[in-house]
Design a protein around this ligand. Structure first.
Ligand code: GLY
Length: 398
């Protein structure tokens, strides 16, 4: 009886979170669900190991090849993924130690609600947003609304976007990654009843759709606008191999971002965009058969170039959601691709054994190769989207 009750509570709590990305059209495969259950249990143990190595006032970023843990302050863009992953793992396992560690980290995160950063959506929605989905609290709601208001200060109506990177006077730089921060704005409108947050998010998405993409649906990383009249000055791919190349994670941010914006608005142009990006990725001759991409689709050295597990994890999570919005044939293809990615990331090639990898779940991600940082290492966001994708998969059909 107790076990039945526990199972029901765990199911409801998983549904509570991943419910926002529900996909009733497909059923999960039993053997993959078994593998995911095993992964989630192991990931919970792995994070309990990682926990012991994170200083109280900071958040983990990676485990360096030299064997050292690297932590970052709350103002770093990746800060929210660690608490966010802990909350997901708590939902999957009901292990209170994970929840308590997540709550402890929220205290470190709270001052960020005033941080002037385009990444505040990543930081706060993945951390406080997930906490609020488990157990809504008025304080979480206030913190999230304050964070959304902070983000709106970066909006420039001449350009129609929130600014990403600090720019020279007269310029205004926007990266594809910024699509991910729009989820916080959409949530803020729904929660507060104030349409202005959503209006900015839609404007940002429309402007990005118009200027960031090439005819084949691949995207540039960065568009630099004239801040006065919104005209495009330059298009670049700073974190990828070359301006004209398709940086793997950037394609993932676009895929996930436009899928999410379709969920929130039901605007068919976002669905078309997300589907186009998905097909660009899945039909690309340089996508390996295990569907975990090389760090850039046009990287030199393929097939021996580095893989980016973080991009694979983002693709899997987004494809599971997107499959619920397209026709059955296309949806089946997206689910099959997500299944391949989940199985690949579950293999010893990418998934670390207990106690290895500094306690991070996935190996082999690439942060910023051109800058020479975070190359072929574990990264918190790879873990976050892998766990999210597994929960979304388990939740198929519910
Ligand atoms: N948002 C920065 C990155 O994807 O590396």
């Amino acid at each position: 009886m107790k076990i039945k009750y526990l199972a029901a509570t765990m199911f409801l709590s998983i549904l509570a979170y991943t419910g926002k990305a529900q996909n009733n059209k497909f059923r999960p495969k039993a053997d993959l669900v078994n593998l995911i259950d095993k992964n989630l249990k192991e990931a919970a143990e792995q994070y309990k190991f990682l926990m012991k190595h994170v200083p109280a006032d900071s958040l983990p970023e990676t485990f360096e090849k030299s064997g050292k843990w690297k932590s970052i302050p709350a103002k770093n863009w990746v800060s929210g993924f660690y608490p966010g992953t802990l909350f997901y793992l708590y939902q999957a396992t009901n292990d209170k130690a994970l929840y308590e560690e997540g709550l402890k980290r929220l205290t470190v995160m709270e001052p960020i609600k005033y941080l002037d950063s385009h990444d505040i959506g990543f930081m706060m929605y993945c951390s406080f947003g997930n906490a609020n989905n488990i157990k809504p609290e008025p304080s979480y709601k206030d913190i999230l609304l304050t964070s959304a208001t902070t983000l709106t200060k970066r909006f420039n109506p001449n350009v129609g976007c929130t600014m990403s990177w600090s720019s020279k006077p007269g310029e205004f730089r926007v990266i594809i990654d910024n699509m991910m921060n729009l989820e916080l704005l959409m949530w803020a409108s729904k929660t507060s009843g104030d349409p202005s947050f959503a209006k900015m998010a839609v404007s940002h998405a429309n402007t990005t759709l118009k200027n960031h993409f090439r005819p084949d649906y691949s995207s540039f990383h960065l568009v630099n606008y004239n801040s006065g009249n919104g005209q495009v000055i330059r298009k670049q791919t700073v974190q990828g191999f070359a301006d004209e190349s398709a940086w793997a994670r950037g394609q993932g941010w676009g895929l996930y971002g436009f899928t999410m914006m379709y969920r929130e608005t039901k605007d068919p142009q976002y669905l078309k965009q997300a589907t186009g990006i998905a097909n660009f990725i899945l039909n690309h001759p340089n996508l390996p058969t295990d569907k975990v991409p090389f760090w850039d689709f046009n990287s030199p050295g393929i097939p021996n170039a580095l893989r980016d597990a973080s991009a694979g994890a983002i693709y899997a999570s987004a494809l599971i959601e997107l499959a619920g919005y397209v026709d059955a044939k296309e949806g089946k293809k997206f689910i099959a691709a997500a299944e391949t990615i989940l199985r690949s990331l579950s293999s010893p090639q990418f998934k670390a054994a207990y106690g290895d990898n500094g306690g991070f779940i996935l190996k082999h991600s690439v942060g910023h190769l051109p800058k020479g940082v975070l190359i072929d290492v574990p990264l918190t966001y790879a873990d976050y989207y892998f766990v999210e994708a597994m929960l979304r998969y388990k939740n198929l059909g519910k």
